[in-house]
Design a protein around this ligand. Structure first.
Ligand SMILES: [Zn+2]
Length: 74
């Protein structure tokens, strides 16, 4: 049984280390609610990726992602 608070990378299955429910490493969390003009109308898909899998994912893109510098940490 997977615990409620456990976060795992969907691509490699690696566990994102947490301390008191605070992630100890950064990871990407993606959530997409598909709308009317998709074949998945009303379906919400979610996944988490560790940084290494995120980088591997982005390397498959034909057009690189847009990168900007965060002006201040929120
Ligand atoms: Zn991963």
């Amino acid at each position: 049984m997977k615990s409620e608070m456990e976060i795992r990378c969907n691509m490699c299955g690696k566990k994102i280390e947490q301390k008191q429910d605070m992630p100890m490493e950064d990871f990407a969390s993606v959530k997409k609610a598909w709308g009317y003009f998709s074949k998945k109308d009303g379906t919400v898909q979610e996944f988490d990726l560790c940084e290494a899998c995120w980088d591997a994912f982005l390397r498959r893109f034909q057009i690189p992602v847009t990168e900007t510098e965060l002006k201040e940490m929120l």
